[in-house]
Design a protein around this ligand. Structure first.
Ligand code: TNX
Length: 487
């Protein structure tokens, strides 16, 4: 594949200015509309900035980037970069217009839109570019296809350190991904401090899948992480998986299990579907559920709270889900749950996350639910980058989920789509390097599918753009999967 070649920046068509061929600026996700102009703008060692006070995040990102590249912000020399606020009608909540001519202008209706304009500008400017580098004259009009452009990290099976999460937020935001879904609890571990139930982290935080990492995040750490995400347009969506996938909670508080349950220890295997809260003991179950969710809502300002709901059979399952989603609502948030939760009598505002390609979600659509799409055969990045990759799952697709496959996912073939999300489960992902390998570069397909309209997507061009952006991935320290590692 083209990723095998080492591309020098001279190959990028933006260096020679807009060419006669099809315009393929080195951008991921590809913008909605790109209109090349006739000339080029020469960048200097100095730029002049004008930024509105409201554009706090965008201005910070712009200044950090310029400082990083050794470009001085001066009063009156060098090209001008101006950020300005325009109307929502034109740009939407996250869109922007980037115009490069005699100067650089970014206009958007919000700080977020301006922030994305800055990210686009940043991608256009190769990491090796020196003062004197030219940017092509162009007008880019851009806005996302979907509001939810997410990635899920399973920190429950195997813990990921805070530094990894911060780096991941940075990396996500560079490609306009905006929802980081943290799977914070499962059979193998409980990763979030809950003050009313301290043993969850004392016991459940100390366990992990075999070979994985244990640990937990304090509430203070998570609040900082939330702020870190907020400054970069990334909402952290917490998931507490209920009522199944709860062995870590049961090992911490055995009274959460029904009296006949004998297995009350922590769990480090990889089976699913064996543990559950005791739904015939509503008092214990609901005071736990409400207590935990109340603290979760307090830590995470996210409008969305994920309650899990996957892989469990229980006669009282639907009743539990209906109650749990209403607890979330009573706390002022929108509940998200895995597809199985569609059997419950939920408020139609509940978002359902589809994960089995063939699941019949139509009845829920008929009731008005909207979807977050994570069909496993396209978006499960615990599956291999190639068939037979060691330490990857194959249950959903035996050939794994090669990047080309991931790119072929077409959310436009579904209706009532709130967004898209790829998922990295971590039964077999135990180090930062393995996480990078599973996530990158595939998560860029999520970025493009979530943002770019179907007409703007083209896999061959995507590969060329990815190749051009490789130095930026390298500069971010991403240990992405390289196809030459193929056996
Ligand atoms: C299914 S997807 C699960 C997870 C596993 C994953 C492994 C979903 C909602 N549940 O518990 O980690 O498969 O691919």
């Amino acid at each position: 594949t083209t990723m095998n070649h080492d591309t020098s920046m001279a190959d990028m068509n933006i260096e020679s200015g807009p060419s006669a061929g099809p315009v393929n600026l080195p951008l991921i996700p590809y913008p909605r509309s790109v209109t090349p102009g006739p000339g080029q703008l020469r960048m200097a060692g100095n730029v002049t900035l004008s930024t509105p006070d409201e554009a706090e995040n965008a201005s910070r990102a712009l200044r950090e980037w310029l400082a990083d590249r050794g470009i001085n912000v001066s009063m009156d020399t060098g090209p001008r970069i101006s950020l300005s606020l325009g109307d929502a009608q034109t740009h939407g909540a996250e869109g922007y217009r980037l115009s490069i001519a005699d100067d650089i202008r970014i206009e958007a209706a919000t700080d977020t839109g301006l922030f994305y304009g800055v990210q686009t500008l940043r991608q256009l400017f190769p990491v090796q570019a020196q003062p004197g580098y030219t940017l092509p004259h162009v007008v880019i009009d851009d806005r996302p296809e979907f509001e939810w452009r997410g990635n899920m990290l399973d920190v429950a099976r195997s813990f990921l350190p805070l530094e990894y999460l911060r780096a991941h937020i940075d990396r996500m935001s560079r490609f306009k991904l905006n929802r980081l879904h943290l799977h914070l609890s499962d059979d193998q571990g409980w990763r979030v401090e809950i003050k009313a139930f301290p043993k969850l982290t004392e016991v459940g935080g100390a366990s992990s899948v075999e070979g994985g990492r244990s640990g937990f995040y304090t509430q203070a750490e998570l609040r900082e992480l939330v702020a870190y995400g907020e400054a970069r347009g990334v909402i952290i969506v917490p998931e507490i998986d209920l009522p199944g996938h709860t062995q870590a909670a049961i090992a911490s508080y055995p009274e959460l299990a029904c009296p006949d349950v004998t297995n009350l220890s922590t769990y480090s295997g990889v089976e699913v579907g064996f543990s559950k809260l005791c739904l015939t003991q509503p008092e214990t179950t609901y005071s736990f559920t409400e207590g935990v969710l109340t603290e979760i809502v307090d830590i995470f300002p996210s409008p969305y709270i994920h309650i899990g709901g996957d892989e469990i059979k229980d006669p009282l399952y639907a009743e539990f889900i209906g109650k749990a989603t209403r607890i979330v609502e009573s706390l002022g948030r929108t509940a998200v749950a895995w597809e199985e939760a569609s059997v419950a009598d939920n408020d139609p505002g509940v978002l359902l996350q589809l994960w089995n390609d063939e699941y019949d979600i139509q009845p829920a659509l008929d009731r008005g639910h909207r979807l977050i799409l994570s069909p496993c055969s396209y978006t499960y990045f615990d599956h291999g980058n190639y068939e037979g990759q060691p330490n990857t799952y194959t249950w959903c697709r035996k050939e794994g989920v090669p990047m080309e496959r991931a790119y072929q996912f077409n959310p436009q073939s579904y209706s009532q789509v709130h967004g898209v999300e790829s998922a990295m489960w971590s039964e077999l992902v135990h180090t930062d390097a393995t996480a990078d390998n599973r996530l990158w570069p595939r998560v860029l397909t999520t970025a493009e599918i979530g943002w770019s309209p179907a007409e703007a997507r083209n896999y061959e061009q995507f590969l060329d753009r990815l190749e051009a952006l490789r130095p930026q991935l390298d500069a971010m320290g991403i240990q992405y999967y390289r196809p030459q590692a193929l056996p």
